[in-house]
Design a binder for this molecule. Sequence first.
Ligand code: SF4
Length: 145
Amino acid sequence: MTPQAVSDPVGCGTTGDEPLNCPSAPAAVGAKLIGIVQRNGRVGLFGKSLTVDADFLEKARRGRAPEKRFRFASPCLQGGCKQWGEGQCGVIRRVLDALGNDRTGAGEDAGLQPCALRGTCRWFAEHGRAACRACPEVVTDTQEA
Ligand code: SF4
């Protein structure tokens, strides 16, 4: 598996020029690999994203679905996605509801894990640090094989 590294900065705040990205997107050529599901079931987010190529995808599809093992990011489709509702992403909204997280986004940056996507992340744009605290709990494909 040899995805190509790109030099995404780690940081907060969008540039305003780039579209927001879905941080729980399907595996596809051109998507960004942003994290890996660890043994404890939580996702470890990468400080630098990798662009998925055909070779990586072919290898990643051997065995369990790549969406069970990795997290990928792609441009947010907004109304073109079945998860979209009430002008926002329904996935992170439901996760925050389930976890009982507050959405104030209050608190310090200390403890916020590095993440390559933060500057253009749909979830971060909508819920700030609360999304990042809940994010490691999200495995894109949780259906039984
Ligand atoms: S919610 Fe936070 S940690 Fe998760 S992908 Fe977005 S910016 Fe990264």
